[in-house]
Ligand binder design. Structure first.
Ligand SMILES: *[C@@H]1O[C@H](CO)[C@@H](O)[C@H](O)[C@H]1NC(C)=O
Ligand SMILES: *[C@@H]1O[C@H](CO)[C@@H](O)[C@H](O)[C@H]1NC(C)=O
Ligand SMILES: *[C@@H]1O[C@H](CO)[C@@H](O)[C@H](O)[C@H]1NC(C)=O
Length: 506
């Protein structure tokens, strides 16, 4: 990590929104393989390029990926010749009771080659439902950009959790209790996903969503018995960018009769970044409301916004240079708030970071880099697990300020359901910014949504949040949760998913 990350200000964690502060970086793909000049930049201008910022921030998650990105020059194994899918039925041992009502259900892991790439292979886990094979297929995407979805698998909503002593313990609130659940490592270079050709590294949502579409086609080709099931896209944080792009891509593919028809019923964004113009404006409002800053701070920091907004608008008009400049200008708003609040955990403002650590996800890296585990997962021995890739992150920098809300009206008009949910104590992708962009979506139900009542979301008689719904659009503010809702409120999160996919979240 150390040599390659220039200045993550990240927020990696599960969110994996990472916030950067730095000036222009070359976006040429060459950059990704030769990252040693970062240190020079630090020396030239230590203020602009805080020394080892990335290292510090990733350490907050207690993550230390050995490599920065999975681009390999060649593989020792004969994997290269393996053009078809590779999937293994998992045989791992678990502690506890699965609570399954089925005799037999499968856990799988594997790789699909992406047909429109030079050499990319996308790694995934697939967990058949513990309840019913006819349950919907749900795919989960973790953000970053560049963080592995295994963070969610092991610490949020997977079938099992990774305990301190490295054993897998059944999770009573795994989302596989109500769905056939897929976790995928993407964009290419993240997690166990890899390529031998750097032109496969993605820079925008066109590339990301095409790869995901190809992944899904390969998946349903390999598992045709699930192709008729309802299909939902879910995820968190920077996936607020991926998810709408992917949903639109699937919807378009269906309309164009491009491949296997995918029964897309909805998409859900958890504490996401979707509409930067609105969400960057909301930082100071949220921080003031939560008493993280005072009125004087508020007025001062707000002066940074017009510049940020202008760049975002230019970025939206296709000016790539403005996208990069906006990234820097807008990040200064967030950084200014963090300068005031100190070591508050920006994923959960109720917490502070102890020492340099805000979370400890390190055992995931230890576990997944174990030779036996990799073998069980069908991962080539020469591929290391990249928990959060600073190179994938950097490659997506010009994507950050793009507004991914633009495709949503069409999806809503066509009856595809959207759930936007947010834990109330997350600063980085706070609920206020999310609610504001949801209000601003221009569709036929905009007034109806605005006028819809706010009702309590209760689980077992307990108040777990506030809900607003109109037609296919639902917003849920989750109580007592930070950025990672399924980690903080596992039972409420499972209830949310279950009611939503059954049309009972209202
Ligand atoms: C490991 O941790 C799990 C969950 O905390 C516990 O049930 C199990 O007994 C532990 N195993 C060992 C060998 O200590
Ligand atoms: C997305 O990135 C690719 C390069 O990876 C580029 O060719 C393409 O023009 C970009 N598309 C958009 C819409 O920016
Ligand atoms: C507001 O907070 C700043 C520190 O962030 C402090 O210097 C200033 O005195 C405070 N102003 C008021 C009016 O409390």
């Amino acid at each position: 990590m150390s040599s390659s990350s220039s200045s993550f200000s990240l927020l990696f964690v599960a969110i994996f929104l990472v916030s950067f502060s730095q000036t222009t970086l070359s976006l040429s793909s060459k950059y990704f393989l030769t990252s040693h000049h970062d240190d020079d930049e630090n020396i030239i201008n230590p203020k602009k390029f805080p020394i080892k910022m990335a290292e510090k921030l990733i350490r907050q998650l207690n993550l230390f990926p050995k490599h920065d990105i999975n681009i390999v020059s060649s593989l020792e194994s004969n994997y290269e010749e393996e053009k078809r899918l590779f999937e293994k039925k998992l045989d791992l041992s678990y502690i506890g009771d699965s609570g399954s009502t089925l005799q037999d259900f499968g856990h799988h892991a594997g790789y699909f080659p992406l047909v429109h790439t030079k050499a990319a292979r996308m790694f995934y886990f697939f967990f058949e439902s513990r309840s019913n094979k006819n349950d919907p297929v749900v795919i989960w995407l973790t953000g970053g950009p560049g963080c592995s979805s295994e963070l969610a698998l092991f610490f949020e909503n997977g079938p099992f959790q990774l305990s301190d002593n490295m054993s897998l313990v059944w999770n009573d609130f795994g989302w596989d209790k109500v769905s056939n659940l897929i976790y995928v490592d993407q964009p290419t270079g993240t997690g166990f996903s890899y390529t031998t050709d750097e032109s496969d590294i993605r820079h925008n949502e066109t590339g990301v969503s095409n790869d995901l579409y190809d992944f899904l086609q390969a998946f349903f080709k390999a598992h045709p018995e699930y192709a008729q099931n309802d299909f939902y896209i879910t995820g968190e944080s920077y996936a607020g960018h991926y998810i709408p792009a992917f949903a639109s891509r699937v919807h378009q593919g269906n309309k164009d009769k491009e491949g296997i028809y995918i029964n897309l019923k909805g998409f859900a964004i958890g504490n996401g970044l979707t509409n930067p113009e609105i969400q960057y404006k909301a930082y100071t409002d949220y921080a003031l409301d939560m008493k993280l800053i005072n009125q004087t701070d508020y007025d001062n920091i707000n002066k940074l916004y017009p510049n940020c907004q202008q760049q975002i608008k230019l970025c939206g008009n296709g000016r790539e240079d403005a996208c990069l400049k906006g990234f820097r200008d807008c990040t200064s708003i967030f950084d200014s708030i963090m300068d005031i609040v100190g070591n508050v955990n920006y994923y959960d403002i109720r917490k502070t970071c102890e020492g340099s650590l805000c979370y400890d996800f390190s055992r995931m890296e230890t576990y997944l880099n174990d030779g036996q585990v990799k073998k069980a997962l069908g991962v080539p021995s020469d591929i290391d697990f990249v928990s959060c890739s600073s190179s994938v992150y950097r490659a997506m920098q010009a994507d950050w300020m793009k507004n991914l809300e633009v495709g949503i009206p069409q999806l809503l008009e066509d009856g595809i359901n959207l759930l936007v949910y947010a834990g109330e104590y997350d600063l980085i992708c706070n609920w206020l910014g999310n609610l504001n962009w949801v209000y601003a979506v221009e569709w036929s139900g905009q007034n109806g949504f605005g006028a819809a009542p706010s009702v309590s979301f209760t689980v077992d008689g307990e108040d777990k949040g506030v809900l607003k719904k109109y037609g296919p659009l639902t917003f849920l503010k989750v109580r007592d949760a930070g950025h990672m809702v399924p980690m903080d409120q596992p039972k409420a999160a499972l209830e949310m998913l279950q009611r939503w996919i059954r049309g009972e979240l209202s």
